[in-house]
Write a protein that binds this ligand. Structure first.
Ligand SMILES: C[S@@+](CC[C@H](N)C(=O)[O-])C[C@H]1O[C@@H](n2cnc3c(N)ncnc32)[C@H](O)[C@@H]1O
Length: 282
């Protein structure tokens, strides 16, 4: 989702409050449907208990925050933090009747969380965008009590995620790809390398770090729906926007052909691969 969920040359807060945030909101139902199966795996792994205090980082429209609010019940509480005011408007509206769930518009990398005030910190694809991940996870770790846990989901490499990579590759058979960023650059694939993730978490003070591989078939919607959001979001979005009308039409046609090849009665379905990352605060 490089044009949507990372920003090349744009500051993350600007990106997620402007173009990236607007596009996420425009496609939010479809994106959340696509990620719903993965949520179940994450939510089961988080295993939030009645009375617990949960921090959901980069919570977006709050689908996971809502699930944790149900799990912790009246005696627990959930704070969803997101840098995007425009996406949090959706989260706040959806959760307006839920008493134990709050949202804060804040940069989780630097927000002055009350020290040791959470039992668990979690995220569904919301922690790969920090320009300084070591500093950000240090800040997040200080918010968790001793013995508390970290449990989040992030993407493995783009080559293992053809649901995002294959349509972009089809477009790049026609138009030039974007400039390649160094591995680990903020963006959806920043945490592809397990050694990088371990280094960040260990230096932030987490212990018992585990990365569990998880594969999942991702359904992108109908061919038309998939083509529409993949044109506006993902690695091909900016190159498509910058291409001339003929090249853009030809690239979209190449993407459509790829999507048609993966169409099923349930919609276009391609493979996805994640890390489920778990750690503990000593
Ligand atoms: C890929 S979206 C995932 C949203 C949500 N967790 C979900 O799965 O539906 C990434 C989210 O991280 C948020 N984000 C990026 N950088 C952030 C930061 N430094 N602090 C808090 N949120 C951040 C974005 O605004 C966006 O909502």
């Amino acid at each position: 989702m490089s044009s949507t969920t990372s920003s090349t040359g744009t500051d993350q807060a600007t990106f997620w409050n402007e173009e990236g945030g607007r596009r996420w909101v425009a496609h939010i139902d479809q994106l959340e449907r696509m990620l719903a199966g993965l949520s179940t795996v994450l939510i089961d792994a988080v295993a939030a208990q009645p009375g617990e205090r949960v921090l959901d980082v980069g919570c977006g429209g709050g689908p996971t925050s809502n699930a944790y609010a149900r799990a912790v019940g009246d005696t627990g509480r959930v704070l969803g933090v997101d840098i995007s005011a425009v996406i949090l408007d959706v989260a706040r509206h959806r959760a307006r009747h839920i008493a134990n769930l709050e949202f804060a518009t804040a940069d989780a990398a630097t927000h002055p969380f009350e020290p040791a005030s959470f039992d668990v910190v979690t995220s569904r694809f919301g922690v790969m965008f920090f320009p300084d991940p070591h500093g950000a996870f240090g800040n997040i770790r200080r918010a968790v009590r001793a013995g508390g846990r970290l449990c989040f989901m992030c993407w493995r490499g783009i080559d293992e995620n053809p649901w995002m990579g294959a349509p972009a590759k089809a477009a790049f058979s026609v138009i030039p790809p974007p400039e390649k960023l160094p591995p680990g650059s903020p963006g959806p694939f920043a945490f592809a390398d397990p050694a990088h993730v371990r280094d960040i978490l260990a230096s932030a003070g987490f212990a018992d770090i585990e990365l569990i591989p998880h594969e999942h078939r991702i359904t992108l919607g109908s061919v038309d729906e998939a083509l529409e959001w993949l044109t506006n979001m993902g690695p091909a979005a900016t190159p498509l926007a910058e291409a001339g009308p003929n090249a853009r039409a030809a690239a979209r046609e190449a993407m459509r052909e790829l999507l048609v090849r993966h169409d099923t009665p349930q919609g276009v379905t391609l493979d996805g691969a994640t890390w489920l990352v778990r750690a503990r605060v000593p």
